[in-house]
Design a protein around this ligand. Structure first.
Ligand code: ZN
Length: 395
């Protein structure tokens, strides 16, 4: 790309040609485009079916380059199709046009930065570097890896990132490589994977290879192994809350569960396989079944009209364990469903919809982590580290 533009400029100097930047008009197709430039439709015959599909991806608003001669005839154009590829159309010296799809060339450079915390990583990075995307990516990297609320005024962030530029302007999102956080005299490092997600070096499950790559095991979300619902048809009448007006007790009380509306006698289903830890009467809950599941979860099904399991019994996910009723402190037939994790009440709907119970791991490798850290430390050792601040012209 740089080479092509250089050629364009030299040629234009010599022959009074003009390079212009344009925006692809909404609704404009490639065949319209060649028609506008009086290029024969036969050009299209030489384009493969695969490339023709590509041409339909032309997006309105895309910036592209045109070189025209003093007569206004198109000499060359470069029209991006996506982040990677562009159309290269040019007039051949002997007449006729040549069509090609080529990759977009860009420059990529590593930058360092040093940011002093006054409020939060995002706004402080933005104020220091004047580049919103870097600020976004830095705070995204830190988000999952450290608790940024613990940062205090005067703490420091130093980081390295790679930024691509094309024709002197920012191109694509920056990639944060490693962030150093110095807070209250303690320093630690956060690395990022390909998606920019951050991993703290001080994490227990982190190790290094001989080559200095960082290895981390992360639990992955397995959709096939989630909780089920306690009823076949789910209608929530009251949600989990730490403070709710109690209709019978007439005062504010926490509601440690989700209420589902259902007719008396509707079957209640185990939300996951496990062992029945309680089956019987439990005060205001009336007839109750509790089931212990893997990973410290225990589910509770209250106000039942009839219990169908006994203590110690193994149950499968979806198995009927009892029936909806109104026993105990209840205003009418409904299921009060509670869920505990390690003895603490949690919002059932949040867990039922999202959590997976099987442990599956994926290994994340961050190539050259140690080298990245070394480079950043080198930058930080300078007495007054200078770094690049982005100007308006570069954005
Ligand atoms: Zn309830």
């Amino acid at each position: 790309m740089r080479y092509i533009i250089a050629v364009l400029v030299i040629v234009s100097l010599g022959f009074g040609m003009e390079v212009s930047t344009k925006r692809w008009k909404s609704g404009l197709t490639f065949s319209h485009y060649i028609e506008e430039h009086n290029i024969s439709y036969s050009l299209l015959d030489g384009i493969s079916e695969e490339d023709k599909k590509f041409l339909t991806e032309l997006q309105s608003g895309t910036l592209y380059y045109e070189l025209t001669n003093p007569k206004g005839e198109l000499i060359q154009s470069l029209i991006p199709l996506n982040q990677e590829m562009q159309i290269h159309l040019f007039r051949e010296p002997k007449g006729g046009y040549h069509f090609d799809i080529i990759s977009i060339a860009y420059d990529e450079k590593r930058y360092f930065a040093d940011v002093t915390i006054t409020s939060n990583p995002y706004s402080d990075t933005l104020a220091t570097l004047h580049q919103a995307n870097v600020a976004k990516r830095v705070s995204y990297a830190l988000k999952g890896a450290v608790d940024t609320r613990n940062l205090r005024k005067g703490d420091h962030l130093a980081f390295s990132y790679k930024q691509r530029t094309r024709l002197g302007k920012l191109y694509q999102m920056p990639d944060i490589e490693v962030v150093s956080i110095t807070s209250r005299g303690q320093e630690h490092f956060v690395y990022t994977d390909e998606e920019g997600k951050g991993y703290s070096e001080s994490d227990k499950r982190v190790s290094y290879t001989k080559k200095g790559d960082l290895i981390k095991k992360v639990r992955i979300y397995d959709r096939s192994d989630r909780f089920g619902m306690p009823l076949r048809h789910v209608r929530i009448t009251s949600s989990f809350s730490y403070r709710r007006w109690h209709p019978i007790l007439h005062r504010y009380r926490p509601h440690h569960g989700t209420d589902f509306g259902a007719r008396r006698g509707t079957p209640l289903l185990a939300v996951y396989s496990g062992r029945v830890s309680f089956a019987g009467w439990m005060g205001g809950y009336g007839k109750v079944v509790k089931i212990r599941h893997p990973r410290g979860y225990e589910s509770l099904y209250a106000h039942q009209s009839r219990i169908r399991v006994h203590r110690g019994q193994r149950v499968k996910k979806g198995q009927i364990i009892g029936y909806v009723g109104s026993t105990g402190r209840s205003t009418g037939p409904h299921l009060h469903f509670g869920l505990q994790r390690n003895g603490r009440w949690v919002n059932p709907m949040r867990v039922l919809k999202r959590e997976s119970l099987s442990k599956k791991y994926r290994t994340i490798t961050i190539k050259g982590a140690k080298a990245k850290k070394r480079r950043l430390q080198q930058f930080m050792r300078q007495p007054n580290p200078l770094f690049h601040v982005w100007s308006k012209e570069e954005q």
